[in-house]
Design a protein around this ligand. Structure first.
Ligand code: FAD
Length: 446
């Protein structure tokens, strides 16, 4: 017979786990967490590469030093996570053209200033034109030269401060800290779950958390839900929190019975999903400049986003000889579909343009495939419109929606997922309280 609990949480990423914490710590203990993969963390994922631990997913704590305190930064302080301030202000002094020449700093700084001004102007116009808020995508200027294209990529795809008006920067500050800790960014999550799940010596032993449970069907009525998994298990509950990514909601991985109403599916499909790919390359020796102001460098190519943004890890892991290059969207999808050897050749081509043909060949490459991962289908939501977020988040009977994409101010970020989970947990607690009151009232009447 199916197992029955008060609440089923689908997904053990930061949002599902923070929702579980709120529920369990407030007395709703019969919770079941169903996770498709064999680990917690979702889009927070470390991997051994070239002798160190690298982050394939979230890497930065974004939004530090402002008027409010970022809750993820607080957790990082509490658990002594190893973090490094990312000083992007130097990046535009390290922009290379295809013949390996660095753009004079004045030229690059001017182009940067112009790009920011033009984005701000377009935004002002848009704000004046529209009473529905801002569509930051429409506000982008139209860059043309390789230098303009590179700067545009940094500002908008790399989400560098100074680009789009991002509420994370407004509330929490514009500083960003890179997590480079052998225990991984997900160390925060392990520490968090130790507070409410049964663990021993760092191992998760709580049988309310179930791995390799791929949810495929969700049957729901106004007061109960039945969840079917790919391996034929059936779980029943009064409520479900669905914390899978927006990409998964857009795919057909989970069938709803009855189907979701049209306003809901329309909102889900309207949400733009970013694909953001960090490609890791290991070298036998360093050939790129190191030292102050050299952590980030940029390749200006006529194709927007073609191996544009580079970072070395010598500050974090001296002697590791690792470079990271960031690709997004169409370029991400393109490299996901090709063999890594091809990607390696392309990346080496860009590096040879910048540093000459005598540089050593990379000995290893890693290309994460977030787009083709059926439990992700992308990396994060791309600043959806407020009304879209509200519709995606809106509760449907006993189904509560959570996840980074349901955060009205911080969608796309780890702190967005974390705060969204807390909010969902609290909303469900309130509902459970109300339901209790309703049933005592009706008992009293009979
Ligand atoms: P997830 O972490 O995706 O959790 C959802 C869980 O649901 C997953 O574990 C998944 O396996 C599971 N699941 C999916 N389908 C099913 C199913 N059918 N049945 C059961 N389980 C299922 N944020 C930052 O703040 N800073 C950064 O620098 C940053 N960089 C990023 C870079 C990359 C490459 C990526 C991918 C993300 C990045 N983010 C960053 C975003 C951040 O990682 C996410 O916003 C956040 O981790 C999302 O948490 P979540 O709980 O909403 O979703």
């Amino acid at each position: 017979s199916p197992s029955r609990s008060s609440v089923i949480i689908v997904g053990a990423g930061v949002s599902g786990l923070s929702a579980a914490k709120v529920l369990i710590e407030n007395g709703v203990e019969d919770v079941v967490i169903l996770e498709a993969s064999d680990r917690i963390g979702g889009r927070i994922l470390k991997q051994d590469f070239g002798g160190v631990s690298v982050e394939l997913g979230a890497n930065w704590i974004t939004g530090v030093g402002g008027k409010e305190s970022n809750p993820i930064w607080e957790l990082a302080q509490k658990w002594n996570l190893r973090t490094f301030f990312s000083d992007y202000s130097n990046a535009h002094f390290n922009i290379y053209d295809q013949s390996g020449k660095i753009f004079p700093s004045g030229v690059a700084a001017d182009a940067f200033k112009k790009a920011v001004e033009s984005a701000t102007q377009k935004l002002k116009k848009l704000e004046a034109d529209s009473c529905y808020g801002i569509d930051t995508k429409a506000a982008k200027p139209t860059p043309k030269t390789p230098l303009e294209l590179a700067i545009d990529f940094m500002l908008h795809d790399f989400e560098m401060p100074g680009g789009d008006p991002i509420s994370t920067f407004l509330d929490f500050g514009e500083r960003e800290f890179l997590v480079a800790d052998e225990r991984g960014y997900d160390h925060l999550l392990y520490k968090m779950v130790e507070e409410f799940l049964f663990t021993s010596e760092g191992k998760l032993l709580d049988n309310r958390l179930k791995f390799n449970k791929v949810v495929r069907e969700l049957q729901h009525s106004s007061n109960s839900v039945t969840v079917m998994t790919e391996d034929g298990c059936v779980f029943e509950a009064n409520y479900v929190i669905l914390s899978v990514s927006i990409g998964v909601l857009q795919s057909d991985l989970i069938a709803f019975n009855p189907p979701l109403p049209r306003w809901k599916t329309e909102a889900i499909q309207k949400c733009d999903v970013v694909v953001y790919t960090k490609i890791f390359l290991k070298f036998p020796s360093k050939f790129w400049p190191c030292g102050p102001g050299k952590e980030f460098f940029v390749y200006a190519h006529e194709r927007r986003g073609y191996y544009t943004f580079w970072q070395h890890l010598e500050n974090q892991y001296p002697g590791s000889n690792i470079l990271v290059v960031t690709l997004t969207n169409e370029e991400s999808k393109r490299v996901e579909a090709q063999l890594d050897e091809e990607t390696l050749k392309e990346a080496m081509g860009a590096l040879k343009d910048m540093f000459g043909h005598n540089i050593p060949e990379a000995t290893d490459i890693f290309v994460p495939r977030w787009w083709n991962n059926r439990f992700q289908r992308g990396t994060y939501s791309n600043f959806p419109h407020d009304q879209v977020v509200r519709d995606i988040k809106a509760r449907l009977g006993c189904i509560f929606f959570s996840g980074e994409h349901t955060s009205e101010r911080y969608s796309g970020y780890v702190h967005g997922g974390y705060l969204a989970g807390i909010e969902t947990g609290k909303a469900l607690l309130e509902e459970i309280e109300k339901e209790k009151e309703r049933s005592t009232e009706s008992e009293n009447q009979t």
